[in-house]
Design a protein around this ligand. Structure first.
Ligand code: HQG
Length: 183
């Protein structure tokens, strides 16, 4: 499978598992999983993905640079990014000293005032390093704004962090822990 197709299939699966399982007649269990076979059947029902085989899904998940999915006991789930209420039960972790968040110039004023909010998703998503944050921000802005989060200080003050694949999650990061890079 060529890379673009891989990415496109990954986005399709993300859409199902993070946002709209019911649109495909799927019900996520309490930890956000669905049976892999059922997901495969629903995927193949879409004309674009008729050719997809179980091995393609397994390859996609194994070789994905961003760990978007997790497979266990014949079930699959999205690791992060959910808007639906069924999602992994994350264990709290101690974060590194700093984490990063890339966003649009348009969001900056609001973030400076209100801090980082999950918006439509269940969690705020944070990157381990600036490069990853830039990639996240560049999805919506050619010249994204990067925040450095004093994660360890926030954690000491009682804010919980979770690790989902390579992405850190939190419910809310107050503005006092944010420092705009390059400002
Ligand atoms: C912004 C993708 C105004 C926030 C990515 C972001 C990530 C505020 C947007 C993952 C705000 C929400 C998640 C406030 C936050 N006022 N705007 N107070 N607080 N925002 O897509 O972090 O490739 O829900 O800055 O790479 O961009 O799909 O979050 O711009 O890892 O696997 O509200 O999704 O991963 O946007 O992206 P999103 P995100 P995948």
């Amino acid at each position: 499978m060529i890379r673009d197709r891989f990415e496109s299939l990954s986005r399709f699966l993300s859409y199902i598992l993070r946002h709209a399982p019911e649109e495909f007649g799927l019900v996520l269990d309490a930890d956000g999983y669905v049976p892999l076979e059922k997901l495969l059947t629903e995927t193949k029902a879409d004309e674009r993905w008729r050719w997809v085989k179980k091995e393609d899904l397994l390859n996609l998940i194994a070789s994905s640079p961003k760990r978007r999915f997790e497979i266990r006991d014949g079930r699959i789930r999205a690791l992060y990014g959910h808007t639906v209420t069924s999602a992994p039960h994350y264990k709290p972790v101690v974060p590194p000293e700093y984490l990063y968040h890339g966003t649009t110039r348009r969001s900056q004023d609001s973030i400076d005032r209100l801090g980082l909010l999950p918006m439509k998703r269940r969690f705020v998503h944070l990157s381990r390093n600036i490069d990853d944050a830039v990639k996240v921000g560049k999805r919506w802005d050619t010249n994204p704004v990067i925040y450095r989060i004093s994660a360890r200080a926030a954690h000491k003050d009682g804010i919980q962090f979770f690790l989902a694949g390579d992405v850190y999650l939190s419910k809310f990061i107050p503005a006092r822990y944010l420092q705009r890079q390059g400002s």
